[in-house]
Design a protein around this ligand. Structure first.
Ligand SMILES: [Zn+2]
Ligand SMILES: [Zn+2]
Length: 256
């Protein structure tokens, strides 16, 4: 499978960047993991949005889902569609309870049914295995400020396993879930840990330690603001990981 970083910004966009969005492709199947603000335009730079088989959402913070609205508008209103060329209706796979949330989000920004009409929406529970083409998706609840799920993608045959940690505080569940992944894409939002209240994010050192404990083949850092010195994040994560760590720069492509 091929993984393309469409956006790696945290909850505000990097200069010229986009928030969370990762395109995963095989020869048969294309899925988009998260569709945060700015991601739809980045997706269009890579492929035709009508070719996406499914979008899967880790959680409903805006930096992970807000571009579902322009995506839905494109599927509804693009001048390319006609009775002879109707729009596709890609699958939209969201956490349990997400259909109602999609209506609430869309209802604030425009017609409440805009997203659920444009996509074929289904909800997942963390124990579910969801097949999309030749990919299989698995989920793991991780600690964040709202219900949030790490996502792993496997493909048949010799292909590898890709795990996206979503947004989360340090936790054992992600280490267990990601165990042995070929690639772990992990957030490292912070320079130092949050010092009061419940935690929802990781430092680069913590991200590196998670990759080491999970015995992953390759560790890729994401969800880092460009206003941090990202070279320091990579150095700190590499030291904790015990090997080279990569920064998820926009447009970067990985294979596993
Ligand atoms: Zn986020
Ligand atoms: Zn979040």
């Amino acid at each position: 499978m091929q993984i393309t970083i469409l956006g790696k910004s945290p909850s505000w966009a990097d200069v010229g960047g986009a928030c969370s969005g990762y395109l995963i492709e095989s020869s048969e199947t294309k899925i988009l993991v998260d569709c945060g603000s700015g991601v739809f335009g980045k997706l269009r730079e890579r492929i035709d949005y009508a070719e996406v088989d499914a979008i899967v959402i880790s959680h409903f913070h805006g930096d992970h889902c807000l571009d579902l609205m322009p995506y839905a508008y494109a599927l509804a209103y693009s001048p390319r569609w006609s009775p002879d060329n109707p729009p596709p209706r890609p699958r939209l796979i969201v956490p349990a309870g997400g259909s109602e949330l999609l209506c609430q989000i869309a209802g604030v920004l425009g017609p409440g049914d805009a997203i659920v009409d444009a996509f074929d929406v289904s909800e997942y529970e963390p124990q579910d295995a969801v097949a999309v083409g030749d990919f299989e998706l698995h989920f793991c609840h991780v600690p964040h400020f709202i219900p949030t799920f790490a996502i792993s993608v496997t493909a048949g045959g010799e292909a590898g396993r890709f795990t996206f940690g979503a947004d989360c505080a340090p936790n054992q569940a992600l280490i267990d879930f990601a165990q042995g992944s070929d690639i772990l894409l992990i957030e490292s939002t912070l320079r130092v840990p949050e010092d009061d209240g419940p935690r929802g994010h990781m430092t680069a050192t913590e991200a590196g330690a998670h990759g080491r404990a999970a015995n992953v083949g390759r560790l890729v850092l994401t969800h880092i603001p460009d206003e941090l010195d990202q070279a320091v994040s990579v150095a700190e994560a590499s030291e904790a990981f015990g090997g080279e760590v990569t920064l998820a720069s926009e447009g970067a492509v990985f294979h596993c």
